[in-house]
Design a protein around this ligand. Structure first.
Ligand SMILES: *[C@@H]1O[C@H](CO)[C@@H](O)[C@H](O)[C@H]1NC(C)=O
Ligand SMILES: *[C@@H]1O[C@H](CO)[C@@H](O)[C@H](O)[C@H]1NC(C)=O
Ligand SMILES: *[C@@H]1O[C@H](CO)[C@@H](O)[C@H](O)[C@H]1NC(C)=O
Length: 405
């Protein structure tokens, strides 16, 4: 099995209390949190029953259960357990919030137990690295040379370093995306690079590079020159299609400052035809964030004011149906105001049926449940703003024990 070797070489499978819980910050009186105990039960239960019971625990408790005794430890780290437990409880996606711009430190938020956990991320060195995630895997790329690339499971800390991607070494913009195939467990990573044609302000070299974990190689599938547009750092893969935002490089009407490009990864469109897939954004945006919710493309966007399109007046959420955007929600005013000063650009990511939205200027985190059309603040993150210009960012990922790169 592919990934078998990396499991051995890079998995410090340590189930001791790497997950630190911040109960003191939790306002809930959590009844579920009583110690998993009853040694006598433990003596009577055969392994397979114990295994099934443990499989119903939330992920953080599974880590703690692994510390109870040698037998439990053996069970929770066995592959059989990991695979079976993954089908028992569907874990909602977590949000990792960075609390420093220099170090890759922060807390992960579990929306089911409404708790923050201190987890250490492998590989990444600062929060300004590029980050993409899919189904339990998270991909990191450094933001200087853009040649260091890792794929990891942030919960188990298994990781793998990847070869340097091809294409221009010092591109002006890069957009990273990853997509895991849940059946084969192979994954694909895409990087869209944009580099200004020297001496020409309107023309940009755009290239698309794909990594396939099955062949462990990179292929440059498209290079093209765009006129008046460049790509940025927003991209996502949904159902075999790569989507990325492009940005107007010259004047133009405000509603035309952003656009969406679609690139089918199965029958890759030939060179020179990329702009044919152009889809305008639904309104004038201050920024747009793309995400994959159950293989559908979702965009969270800052809506610009009519008179001053640079100034954010609200936040909308759209789903792409064919080539049309359909609005699914708009952030209610009280939440929008709840961030205090909302920046024109902000962080937002989501997966499954949850969308997280976070202002760069505050450690507040808002969660939108797409199924229930429900907005909710997260529990307060155990971090305080230390200086006025401190920036907060983060990313969403699925906590899964059984997925390894
Ligand atoms: C597991 O983690 C704990 C705490 O981080 C550490 O003290 C211990 O040495 C680690 N054990 C192994 C085998 O890595
Ligand atoms: C799941 O557990 C059952 C018994 O509880 C076992 O027979 C089966 O092999 C396990 N599945 C996997 C994929 O390991
Ligand atoms: C990469 O670095 C540039 C320049 O410092 C910054 O503008 C950009 O936001 C960074 N990208 C990410 C993903 O943080």
């Amino acid at each position: 099995m592919e990934g078998e070797t990396s499991w051995v070489s890079h998995c410090n499978y340590n189930f001791s209390s790497k997950i630190v819980e911040f109960d003191s910050f939790s306002e809930l009186n959590d009844e579920n949190d009583k110690e998993v105990a009853a040694v006598s039960v433990d003596l009577i239960l055969p392994d397979d029953l114990l295994e099934r019971i443990l499989a119903y625990l939330p992920i953080a408790s599974i880590f703690r259960a692994g510390c109870v005794c040698k037998r439990w430890h053996e069970i929770v780290k066995s592959k059989r357990f990991l695979w079976n437990s993954s089908h028992v409880l569907s874990q909602k996606p977590w949000y990792f919030m960075f609390t420093s711009s220099d170090e890759p430190v922060g807390y992960a938020y579990d929306p089911i137990l409404r708790k923050w956990y201190g987890i250490e991320l492998p590989c990444i060195e600062t929060s300004s690295w590029f980050i993409a995630s899919s189904c339990g895997l998270v991909c990191f790329m450094d933001n200087d040379s853009r040649s260091e690339l890792y794929i990891c499971n942030p919960v188990t800390k298994c990781y793998k370093g990847l070869n340097e991607p091809p294409g221009p070494k010092f591109s002006d913009y890069s957009a990273l995306a990853v997509s895991l195939n849940q059946l084969s467990h192979s994954y694909m990573i895409s990087i869209v690079k944009s580099k200004q044609v020297p001496g020409n302000f309107f023309q940009w070299d755009l290239s698309i590079h794909l990594y396939d974990s099955a062949t462990m190689t990179w292929v440059t599938t498209l290079t093209e020159i765009l006129t008046g547009w460049r790509a940025g750092d927003e991209s996502v893969i949904c159902d075999g299609v790569l989507y990325f935002l492009i940005y107007s490089t010259g004047g133009g009407a405000p509603e035309n400052r952003h656009g969406l490009i679609t690139y089918n990864l199965r029958n890759r469109s030939p060179h020179g035809l990329l702009m044919r897939s152009f889809i305008p954004v639904p309104c004038s945006l201050t920024c747009g964030r793309l995400m994959n919710l159950k293989e559908k493309l979702i965009m969270v966007g800052g809506i610009g004011r009519q008179d001053r399109p640079d100034i954010i007046k609200g936040i909308g959420i759209w789903v792409l149906k064919g080539t049309q955007w359909q609005e699914i929600a708009r952030m209610p005013h009280k939440y929008f105001q709840g961030f205090g000063e909302f920046d024109d650009v902000f962080a937002s990511s989501g997966t499954d049926d949850l969308i997280y939205i976070q202002s760069y200027g505050a450690p507040a985190l808002l969660v939108f449940d797409v199924n229930h059309k429900q907005w909710k603040w997260s529990q307060k993150c155990p971090v305080a703003k230390r200086f006025p210009l401190q920036l907060f960012t983060g990313f969403c990922f699925e906590p899964r024990l059984e997925i390894a790169p």
